[in-house]
Design a protein around this ligand. Structure first.
Ligand SMILES: Nc1nc2c(ncn2[C@@H]2O[C@H](COP(=O)(O)OP(=O)(O)OP(=O)(O)O)[C@@H](O)[C@H]2O)c(=O)[nH]1
Ligand SMILES: [Mg+2]
Length: 339
């Protein structure tokens, strides 16, 4: 039998570069006003797409002199078998010197671990303050891209059967920054703030494929990208990883051939794509760079190569709504345009 060779390239489809919305800009403004009272920033990312779900706007929010920071990779359970990948990710994070943990946000044990870390950060801060208690309590902003599990983690940390934060399997469930939510014992004095997921304005997205990875993680609106293109990208990734685990029949590079195998009524190819996208694809990594071998990819190298477009060069008269949004973002985070 002929050996199956997966595609190494993926077509450059003309897909939207952004799903940035007005409520996200409003949230960024709110972050700016909360900034002086925050002690810890918890940045959540989806472990299956750590590059795509990293948000450079959050880097701009952090002032190292006053804020502590912890990166939390969620959805660990969806990739638990892939120990080799988890080891590589840990190695890259250590290289960056960015404190991080991996969790399942639905799991009480994970939430207890997060709470223990928050308490230890708080103790560190009190120690630096010569043991003085923090008058307004210890404030923790829970932030990240849409749908990465921010509200889920807050509910699990609260531990009560009644949810304090609304959750759902698609992007944009939380629309407003919450009031403070107490976690732990009353004397712990720890308060979390739930936030709407923040995406990136189009000009800060240099590769369209980011949108495909984000789409597979549910971080952008479901119908922003044609489901057949999403299915094609999923097929491409599955073939580079373990095709036999993710679809029936012999491996194929032809998405139409695959979708026809699902036998949907009246050969509705879009319905077949949606059906396949909704299956669980445990173990799959959605950022294709991470499939390169160790010599060809390092997270530090990748991040240093990310271009930072200068939005100031755009003429005011030709500004679109998106340009204006980006300009607003840059006014909030001037450091971005100086890079
Ligand atoms: N398997 C798994 N599912 C998770 C995990 N964390 C969150 N989810 C699921 O992911 C979906 C999104 O969770 P939310 O908590 O609503 O995400 P969010 O970041 O608050 O989303 P926005 O409010 O839209 O920004 C829900 O269906 C959760 O059940 C996790 O660690 N593992
Ligand atoms: Mg939410």
């Amino acid at each position: 039998m002929k050996k199956f060779i997966p595609r190494f390239d993926f077509p450059d489809y003309n897909i939207p570069r952004t799903d940035f919305k007005g409520h996200q800009l409003k949230a960024l403004r709110k972050f700016e006003s909360l900034r002086p009272q925050l002690n810890l920033i918890l940045e959540l990312r989806d472990v299956r797409a750590p590059l795509s779900t990293r948000n450079i706007l959050i880097d701009q929010l952090i002032d190292k002199r006053i804020h502590q920071r912890l990166v939390i990779y969620t959805k660990r359970d969806l990739i638990a078998d892939n120990t080799q990948y988890l080891q590589r990710l840990s190695h890259w994070q250590q290289e960056l010197d960015e404190p991080f943990i991996l969790i399942n946000a639905n799991q009480r044990r994970s939430a207890r671990h997060v709470l223990d870390i928050i308490k230890s950060y708080k103790r560190q801060l009190e120690h630096c303050n010569q043991g003085l208690a923090l008058p307004a309590g210890y404030k923790v902003l829970v932030t990240g891209m849409p749908n990465v599990g921010k509200s889920t983690l807050i509910n699990t940390l609260r531990g009560s059967p009644r949810k304090v934060a609304r959750t759902g399997p698609h992007a944009g469930v939380t629309r407003n920054t919450s009031e403070t939510i107490r976690v732990g014992e009353p004397h712990d004095n720890i308060y979390l703030i739930d936030t709407p997921g923040i995406g990136l304005p189009g000009r800060l997205v240099n590769e369209r494929q980011r949108m495909l990875s984000l789409s597979l993680c549910g971080c952008i609106k479901t119908n922003l990208v044609d489901p057949v293109i999403q299915a094609d990208y999923l097929l491409y990734l599955a073939n580079l990883q373990e095709p036999q685990k993710h679809y029936p029949g012999t491996p194929t590079n032809d998405v139409y051939q695959l979708l026809n195998r699902f036998g949907t009524p009246r050969d509705n190819i879009t319905a077949a794509a949606v059906y396949w996208l909704q299956q669980s694809h445990r173990g799959l990594i959605y950022d294709r760079e991470l499939l390169l071998d160790t010599d060809s990819f390092s997270l530090r190298g990748y991040l240093s190569r990310q271009p930072q477009p200068d939005p100031r060069s755009k003429k005011q008269s030709r500004m679109t709504t998106r340009d204006r949004q980006l300009q607003n973002v840059n006014q909030l985070f001037p450091k971005l345009s100086d890079r």
